[in-house]
Design a protein around this ligand. Structure first.
Ligand code: IMP
Ligand code: MG
Length: 189
């Protein structure tokens, strides 16, 4: 009984903080100021949040901006998440944006850039729809993990090759609602 309880306790050990909520908030404010400056005079900026991981970042960023804006969502999954795939790095569209983006100024809002395959795919399919402009903002990036080169105009933080959770990011759907960006112990991954 005692051993079982100990094992359970270990499995739910809290991830340790890497970037505090305060540091995130300060960086989001800086990024919003950069975007307001760069998109001055634009009739409307279309923020395309990549589900699910970007939902917290998008909510904070969208409310910090002053440039006219609206929110769309897109959902993708990588074949790497399913077992036995022959297509490492391949990405699949699960849910598209609601409204056409032709002639619009579009900003992809990503939680994290890891290998870069997801972002490369998103930029390819959205670019094909002839937006007036297409840029990307990501909260975090793991430069050591890059497999494809893909433009990233705005970035919150570069981090080492660790698995991060919180502020929208998950590990097997857990920890998304932690206020800090935290590191999950590799032995628990
Ligand atoms: P990429 O296509 O390899 O760049 O992977 C991007 C996707 O992998 C992200 O949008 C996340 O869903 C997921 N991902 C990669 N690294 C992490 C991490 O450290 N924490 C949570 N999700 C991650
Ligand atoms: Mg993601």
């Amino acid at each position: 009984m005692a051993a079982a309880r100990l094992a359970t306790f270990h499995a739910v050990e809290q991830p340790s903080s890497l970037i505090s909520a305060d540091r995130i908030a300060a960086r989001v404010e800086e990024l919003a100021a950069d975007l307001d400056r760069d998109y001055t005079g634009v009739d409307e900026l279309v923020l395309v949040g990549v589900l699910k991981g970007s939902f917290v970042f998008l909510a904070d960023l969208a409310r910090r901006l002053t440039v006219p804006r609206r929110v769309e969502f897109i959902a993708v999954s990588s074949y790497g998440e399913s077992v036995g795939t022959d297509h490492p790095g391949a990405v699949r569209l699960l849910m598209d944006v609601r409204h056409p983006i032709e002639g619009r100024h579009v900003l992809i809002v990503e939680d994290i850039v890891d290998t870069g395959h997801t972002l490369a795919y998103l930029r390819r399919i959205l670019e094909a729809r002839s937006p007036a402009s297409l840029k990307t903002i990501a909260l975090v990036r793991k430069p050591d993990r890059a497999e494809v080169e893909v433009p990233l105009e705005y970035l919150g933080f570069d981090i080492p090759d660790v698995w991060v959770v919180g502020y929208g990011l998950d590990w097997a759907e857990r920890y998304r609602t932690l206020p800090d960006i935290c590191v999950v112990d590799p032995s628990e991954r």
